[in-house]
Design a protein around this ligand. Structure first.
Ligand code: IMP
Length: 204
């Protein structure tokens, strides 16, 4: 059995990743499940850079196991791509992650004067997989949409209640659909499908 260390302690992400990348003979374990501590500073200015920092740190902390990390966030066109890599810390005053309500409230304040046709945005997810032999596979996924004027829905997390995906044609936010439906269209789902394709090609 090949064990891949997931550079996350988020059980929900771990579940989504191990389901999307189900290969015979592979098992995914979170850092916590392996009793490993790894929490590097996410100092890069791209999602890919931060995912690589987390994957490399997890690989080193595990003594050279294959490692997979993701980094994700929201890019709003009217804000020049912000909050971007700072999505989790957007409303923070101390550099630590802020809570979802504070981040969403700040986003609405920043967009208060921005008209509907300029509220375009996307979620981005980048995955970095480093195999046991050190070879790297990188996959990126996005979902395009618009930022609304108030929160709708209670599924999901983060900016989901403000995000109206184009693929739903203005009928609901990402927080108004069940997790399985979100996975079919989301940035993380799309990145996982792209990575799966790469890994399958590599295995051939
Ligand atoms: P991380 O990749 O888990 O560090 O996520 C970074 C931040 O981006 C999260 O804290 C959220 O604020 C935001 N984010 C990432 N993915 C999503 C999503 O699927 N829905 C809503 N917000 C997200």
């Amino acid at each position: 059995m090949k064990t891949i260390v997931l550079a996350t302690n988020n059980q929900h992400k771990a579940q989504e990743i191990s389901t999307a990348l189900e290969f015979p003979g592979w098992e995914f374990k979170t850092l916590r499940e392996l009793g490993i501590h790894s929490d590097p500073a996410e100092t890069a200015d791209t999602f890919e850079g931060n995912a690589r920092i987390k994957a490399q740190a997890a690989r080193a902390a595990s003594g050279g196991m294959a490692a997979l990390a993701d980094d994700s966030g929201l890019e709003v066109d009217a804000l020049g791509g912000a909050p971007g890599v700072l999505s989790a810390r957007y409303a923070s005053t101390d550099g630590q992650d802020a809570d979802d309500a504070a981040n969403n409230a700040k986003l609405l304040r920043e967009l208060a004067d921005v008209p509907d046709d300029q509220r375009t945005a996307r979620f981005v997810c980048t995955l970095v997989f480093i195999d046991e032999d050190g070879t790297e596979s990188v996959a990126r996924g996005t979902i395009e949409g618009r930022i609304g004027h108030e929160e709708h829905g209670s599924e999901g997390f983060g900016y989901d209640p403000l995000f109206w995906p184009d693929v739903f044609d203005g009928t609901c936010t990402l927080a108004q659909v069940p997790q399985e439906r979100k996975n079919e269209v989301s940035h993380r789902g799309n990145a996982l499908r792209a990575l799966r394709e790469q890994l399958e090609k590599k295995a051939r």
